[in-house]
Design a protein around this ligand. Structure first.
Ligand code: PRP
Ligand code: URA
Length: 229
């Protein structure tokens, strides 16, 4: 990696072993090409948001591939046959505000029956600890499959807060997370403390810099999605 400024330095690079529930797409050509568009500091917000949606759909094709099915009868123009529909517990999407909101419409496009809960949390700029400010979940979320959406998994603090609260307050038992770029620190934290959570991550990056931003990363996802900087 070309060194641009001190902030490109990874602080204490961490080697991790990936758990069986951690799915990484570092070798998926289409996802990789799209991530390079997100990384480019010259990509405008409008394209950035569109590419976040496209990667979300590509991740969803894997993350949703094991949903249980039930048989249904379908009549084609030729004959009757047996088809499938998604069975069992319905799904809840939980975007972490702000950046996770950009992934939600793409998920809704492929699973329109999913409900949506909202977790508002931001990182304190000095400590990088999560600061919660909003929480609204569907009443029966505990009985449903939950998909937490956030493009960035850095220290893992925001994701850990969200998972802890879903389990403690709502008794959620089937939790998945979908992120676009992760640091080893965030992956390690979640797979250690919540080994039952299935993680779908488009790219595992090198690590965190002194400001706990992902390197090489893409900068501040919320700012890039909404053009706030
Ligand atoms: C970003 C990102 C994650 C969090 C990841 O949000 O969207 O929620 O940081 O960092 P962590 O793994 O170290 O917790 P941010 O705090 O910038 O909030 P914003 O989207 O509202 O700007
Ligand atoms: N949040 C972001 O948006 N980007 C990072 O690199 C880390 C946290």
């Amino acid at each position: 990696m070309e060194k641009l400024k001190d902030k490109t330095i990874v602080v204490a690079p961490m080697k991790i072993n990936l758990a069986k529930n951690t799915h990484i797409f570092n070798e998926h050509s289409l996802i990789q090409a799209k991530i390079s568009v997100l990384r480019d500091e010259n990509t405008p917000s409008s394209i950035f948001r569109k590419v976040v949606e496209e990667i979300t759909i590509l991740l969803a094709s894997d993350a949703l591939s094991h949903l249980p099915l039930e048989d249904i009868s379908v009549t084609t123009p030729i004959c009757k046959t047996t088809g499938s529909k998604i069975a069992g517990k319905k799904m809840v999407l939980v975007p972490i505000i702000r950046a996770g909101l950009a992934m939600e419409p793409a998920m809704k496009a492929v699973v329109p029956q999913a409900r949506t809960g909202f977790c508002g949390v931001y990182r304190d700029p000095d400590t990088s600890k999560p600061v919660p400010y909003y929480w609204k979940m569907p009443d029966d979320i505990g009985n449903r499959s939950v998909f937490i959406l956030d493009p960035m998994l850095a220290t893992g603090g925001s994701m850990l807060y969200t998972i802890d609260r879903l389990k403690k307050e709502h008794h959620c038992k089937s939790i998945h997370l979908m992120s676009i770029i992760a640091a080893p620190e965030g992956v390690d934290l979640i797979q250690t403390l919540h080994p039952d959570v299935e993680m779908y991550i488009a790219q595992l990056d090198e690590g965190l810099n002194c400001d706990r931003y992902i390197v090489p990363g893409l900068g501040d996802a919320g700012d890039r999605i909404y053009g706030t900087k």
